[in-house]
Design a binder for this molecule. Structure first.
Ligand code: PEP
Ligand code: MN
Length: 336
């Protein structure tokens, strides 16, 4: 971090600043120019509050040289993190094809879809039990019973399962869930992230609707800082002025995140577009952009789905998509 001071800074204020910074265990290299004095900070500056420093009377400008996320940073962990869940690897060239309904609706529904997506090549089953819905009058998910049905589908097919936790209080119910999803709306639920840092299960962290990549990585950092290194990032589209699609799929985040972090990054073209016919082209594009996997909503009867039928693929459409993904994988961007 570099701090540029205003001309003729007040000596007492400068002393306060340097004492404070030294108290945070960072070393200061001071270089005095004819007009400006520059402080170069060396050490772990993640603890330094850049906004507080900017607000000081004697400070002209502050620049961070090092990113504020340390554990997620590729600079300190050059190799791709590979996450292993029930024999399935994600990251470092291992592709996760996650598929299943937006929400679990019945035993027949989840087990039937699980079997179909498995036959098409999916290696992980998705299914929401606790659903974050915009309207309190919309279907809220089968909750605990949904998780039990998911466990039955897992037993029948052998597929590991991913499901969303919405609140800390629900965590004890997730014992049989292999990957815990943090939805877009909870990306900055810091107490939840801290708790997920204390457990030893892979976390699928979705990007918030209006969060920058740095904020996304800082949320991952909460989980990593707690000691849980198993974080999978998920780009699921962000909110823009465009209303023709449910969200705007920010595909450039995939190669960019790959250079910023060692964590696997997957893409959710279902929530990103909200339109079933856009799922295939965006899934293929995400694969070629270098995604480590995809999460796709699949329903046996999309027009009658309890949630997100408009963006759900039929099992046949998913089967076609899975084949096409295999065809384009050799062309996937692998980073520099
Ligand atoms: C979901 O995956 O079911 C979901 C609600 O996604 P998101 O948090 O990305 O909206
Ligand atoms: Mn959904």
């Amino acid at each position: 971090m570099v701090i540029v001071l205003k001309e003729n800074p007040d000596k007492t204020q400068l002393e306060h600043l340097t004492n404070w910074l030294e108290g945070l265990d960072v070393k200061i290299h001071m270089s005095e120019g004819s007009k400006h004095t520059i402080l170069g900070l060396v050490g772990d500056t993640t603890v330094v509050d850049i906004d507080l420093i900017k607000a000081l009377d004697i400070v002209e400008d502050v620049k961070r040289i090092q990113e504020p996320y340390k554990s997620a940073n590729r600079k300190f962990h050059p190799h791709d993190t590979i996450i292993e869940v029930a024999g399935v690897k994600i990251g470092g060239g291992n592709f996760a094809l996650i598929a299943g309904p937006c929400s679990v609706e019945s035993e027949d529904q989840i087990c039937g879809i699980a079997q179909r997506v498995k036959e098409s090549g999916a290696n992980i089953l998705r299914g929401g039990a606790f659903k974050p819905r915009t309207s309190p009058y919309a279907f809220q998910g089968m909750r605990e019973e949904g998780l039990e049905l998911l466990a039955i589908a897992k037993k029948k097919t052998g597929l590991p399962v991913v499901s969303e936790v919405m609140d800390l209080s629900q965590l004890p119910l997730f014992e049989n869930v292999d990957i815990i999803q943090v939805g877009a709306r909870n990306m900055q639920n810091f107490e939840l992230l801290k708790e997920l840092g204390r457990i030893n299960k892979p976390i699928l962290l979705k990007r918030g609707l209006s969060n920058t990549l740095q904020e996304f990585l800082m949320s991952a950092e909460y989980i990593l800082a707690g000691g849980n290194n198993n974080v999978i990032l998920c780009e699921r589209g962000i909110r823009t002025f465009e209303t023709a699609t449910r969200n705007t799929l920010d595909l450039s985040s995939v190669p960019l995140l790959k250079s910023m972090t060692h964590l696997p990054i997957i893409v959710d073209p279902s929530h990103a577009t909200g339109i079933a016919k856009l799922v295939k082209p965006m899934a293929l594009a995400a694969t070629v952009a270098g995604a480590d996997g995809l999460i796709i909503e699949v329903h046996n009867d999309p027009p009658h789905a309890a949630c997100d039928g408009q963006q759900s693929l039929t099992p046949d459409a998913f089967d076609d998509l899975a084949k096409c993904i295999e065809n384009v994988r050799p062309f996937a961007y692998k980073g520099e």
